[in-house]
Design a protein around this ligand. Structure first.
Ligand SMILES: [Zn+2]
Length: 65
């Protein structure tokens, strides 16, 4: 099974700037934090992967929502 890394551009929910993240789809559904490259706030990413190992949804959320 080869690693599937998706490059994504998402909008930071804190400052509204776009940021790039790498998602490893082989891990299945996951959520993790990554600091925004612009405002350094911890953005929570919710990653959904479908049954074929393809990224189906990526949601960026504030921690206080
Ligand atoms: Zn930001």
């Amino acid at each position: 099974m080869s690693a599937i890394i998706e490059d994504l551009v998402v909008i930071c929910p804190y400052c509204g700037q776009s940021m790039e993240i790498d998602v490893d789809c082989t891990g299945g559904d996951q959520s993790y934090y990554e600091d925004c490259q612009t405002c350094c706030m911890p953005v929570r990413f919710l990653i959904n992967v479908d049954e074929h190992g393809n990224l189906s949804r990526c949601t960026a959320r504030r921690d206080d929502e």
